[in-house]
Design a protein around this ligand. Structure first.
Ligand SMILES: Nc1ncnc2c1ncn2[C@@H]1O[C@H](COP(=O)(O)OP(=O)(O)OP(=O)(O)O)[C@@H](O)[C@H]1O
Ligand SMILES: [Mg+2]
Length: 362
């Protein structure tokens, strides 16, 4: 299957007419890692995904994949690059009149010259991967929402994408189906080593699925970094979001007005809340590891010294490092956790800049 590719987003801004959705979005999705994008409704997460696949055009900034800036690419090059994206839209976006087989086969018939035998092999392999091997003759209207999502996922995978985008794959699913779907996403990431970006409102998904988390807020990418960094952050926006509380800077219309926030502060209801405890990341079913894990380990160790103490502690724990030494189950190199052995310029520059820029803004 296709190998993942790094996606470098720099200074990206998007408006509709005079209404700005977000601006100056800067971060890098590392090759093959699982990234989650959080943020209150209406902050422009879906718009961001649409900009990535070229359905919408940002007015400023760049999106660089394989040395090509998608914002400025000529249409034939853009068409080529678009084939490296797989997308799972919110409702699976299946064609209601086609059975699942034809739905999943659609991108192959549209974009490749493969014969029907080759198409059948690929479609059945992907249907099998998502657990729909016996459902190929069913129409989308005859199956459950969870099955529709998995069919959408199979369709997103047929062109062997280097980048897979998921817009709320878990919306409308019960907690058990969500757990299965998240496990499937981890297993698919292991099989494909493609770069994943998942938009979700599910806190448990955010806690257990990703390597990195970003949060859209206040017309910016407020933060982007390793999951341990966001999940231990004391930033009021992040902690309110992860706790699902009313008290905090986020209101029903995204931002509370100053009066409301001041009243909350005066009544003492803005006191600090404990963050939910860190949970373990979901591991591949076969007990093996994902290729991205090793690369991420190096990257995160290299940026460790730039992170707050709580994030460092959480990373040491999740990477199985004791007292700053490479511990059991970790890589074999005995190392300074500050990443003295990293190749210069290799590590986490964009995540850092995305993170700290956002922090300074508030
Ligand atoms: N094609 C469009 N034309 C004009 N405005 C748009 C268009 N698409 C989105 N918007 C606006 O952009 C803003 C962000 O929308 P978007 O759908 O990206 O939010 P979101 O973060 O995905 O929200 P949710 O979590 O509810 O899905 C909204 O104010 C929306 O009305
Ligand atoms: Mg959306």
């Amino acid at each position: 299957m296709g190998k993942g590719v790094e996606v470098a987003v720099q200074g990206l801004s998007k408006s509709f007419g005079r209404a700005n959705v977000w601006s100056d979005v800067t971060f890098t999705m590392p090759r093959g890692e699982i990234n989650v994008l959080l943020g209150p409704s209406g902050t422009g997460k879906s718009v961001f995904l649409k900009c990535l696949i070229g359905l919408l055009k940002p007015e400023a900034g760049s999106i660089v994949i394989h040395d090509t800036d998608l914002v400025r690419a000529k249409s034939d090059r853009l068409y080529e690059i678009r084939k490296s994206f797989g997308v799972l839209f919110q409702d699976g976006a299946l064609f209601g009149s086609m059975n699942l087989f034809d739905n999943v086969a659609f991108p192959l018939r549209e974009h490749t010259k493969k014969n029907e035998k080759e198409i059948r092999d690929i479609v059945m392999e992907k249907m099998d991967m998502v657990g729909l091997a016996d459902a190929e003759k069913k129409l989308p209207g005859e199956i459950s929402g969870g099955m529709r999502k998995r069919a959408g996922l199979a369709r997103g995978l047929v062109l062997e994408p280097e980048i897979m985008l998921f817009d709320e794959p878990d919306s409308g699913l019960d907690p058990v189906r969500t757990a299965y779907l998240n496990q499937l996403i981890v297993d698919l990431n292991q099989k494909t080593d493609a770069t994943f970006l998942i938009v979700t409102h599910d806190i448990n998904t955010a806690q257990t699925l990703p390597d990195n988390i970003g949060i859209m807020y206040h017309k910016h990418l407020a933060m982007f970094g390793p999951r341990e960094q966001l999940l231990t952050s004391e930033d009021p926006v992040v902690s309110q979001f992860l706790n699902g509380r009313r008290q905090g800077p986020i209101g029903m219309s995204e931002e509370k007005d100053a009066d409301e926030a001041a009243a909350e502060a005066a009544s003492g209801s803005d006191k600090k809340f404990e963050l939910p405890a860190m949970k373990d990341q979901i591991q591949p079913t076969d007990g093996g590891s994902r290729e991205a894990e090793g690369r991420r380990r190096e990257r995160v160790l290299g940026m460790m010294h730039t992170l707050p103490p709580k994030a460092q502690e959480a990373i040491r724990k999740s990477l199985n490092l004791q007292g700053g030494q490479g511990g059991p189950g970790g890589s074999h190199r005995q190392g300074d956790p500050r990443g003295g052995q990293m190749a210069p310029g290799q590590v986490g520059q964009a995540p850092q800049s995305g993170w700290f820029q956002g922090d300074q803004r508030r």
